[in-house]
Design a protein around this ligand. Structure first.
Ligand SMILES: [Zn+2]
Ligand SMILES: [Zn+2]
Length: 240
């Protein structure tokens, strides 16, 4: 890791409590992230529009409670071992996905209208709640994604480096897109098991909260990106 940016955060992580595609529990994810040297992780399980394993027919508040269980288990373990664990969500819209940071399960319970939002509507509700709305892996090509759709006017940033993308071009295109629109970049592993990929965002100081993290993205904070093998500056230029 870059010695000037020793605090690495995983921004895109799934648990099997809420993501049907994830293999491990939150506690197992926390242990492996701590062992790998992460300062913190953000749990971003799939919501009702994505590959959730929480029954979509449940009443809203019950659904949120079960959805947040992955985060809660991860945080409980993180608190024991000295790993920051924050809440997030990956929101799916027919294969197009967004990462939401800076809101809480309690806030979500008070906003059942989220369930029927379009991407633009969800972005504005999340903004009213103090959160940020980031397009995840915008150029990923997979069978579950029928078409590439871009939303430069409603997002706070773009996940330019996604370590689970199967082709490097998907990240290269995302870097170019974010730079063209002067959108802030994020990086994460999109990790679904304890076989970590080591990606994320590295900061020069320890972050104090998820709001601190959001502010770093909103207001041009000092950080670098990694895919777990190489490091990049915020505009995707290779550092080493
Ligand atoms: Zn998944
Ligand atoms: Zn994901």
């Amino acid at each position: 890791m870059n010695k000037d940016y020793p605090y690495l955060y995983e921004t895109h992580l799934h648990t099997r409590s809420a993501s049907a595609c994830a293999k491990n529990t939150g506690a197992e994810m926390a242990d492996s992230a701590k062992a790998a040297g992460y300062a913190g992780i953000i749990v971003t399980d799939h919501n009702w529009g994505g590959n959730t394993c929480v029954d979509r027919s449940l009443p809203w508040e019950t659904w949120i409670e079960l959805f947040a269980e992955g985060y809660r288990q991860t945080k409980a373990r993180g608190d024991e071992i000295g790993l920051d664990v924050w809440f997030g969500m990956e929101a799916g819209f027919n294969g197009t996905e967004f990462l939401i940071y800076g809101v809480t399960p309690e806030w979500m319970k008070e906003h059942p209208e989220l369930r029927r939002c379009s991407p633009a509507e969800m972005s504005s509700v999340v903004h009213e709640g103090g959160g940020i709305f980031i397009q995840a892996h915008p150029y990923r090509e997979e069978s579950y994604i029928p078409e590439i759709r871009l939303f430069p006017d409603i997002v706070d940033g773009v996940e330019t480096i996604n370590a689970s993308n199967k082709q490097p071009e998907f990240n290269t295109r995302a870097v170019r897109y974010a730079n063209e629109h002067e959108l802030p970049a994020t990086a994460g592993s999109d990790i679904h098991s304890v076989d970590l990929l080591g990606a994320g965002m590295a900061f020069s100081r320890r972050l104090t909260s998820i709001q601190d993290f959001c502010d770093q993205i909103r207001f041009g904070g000092d950080y670098i990106l990694t895919d777990g093998r190489q490091t990049f500056d915020k505009r995707g230029a290779l550092l080493g």
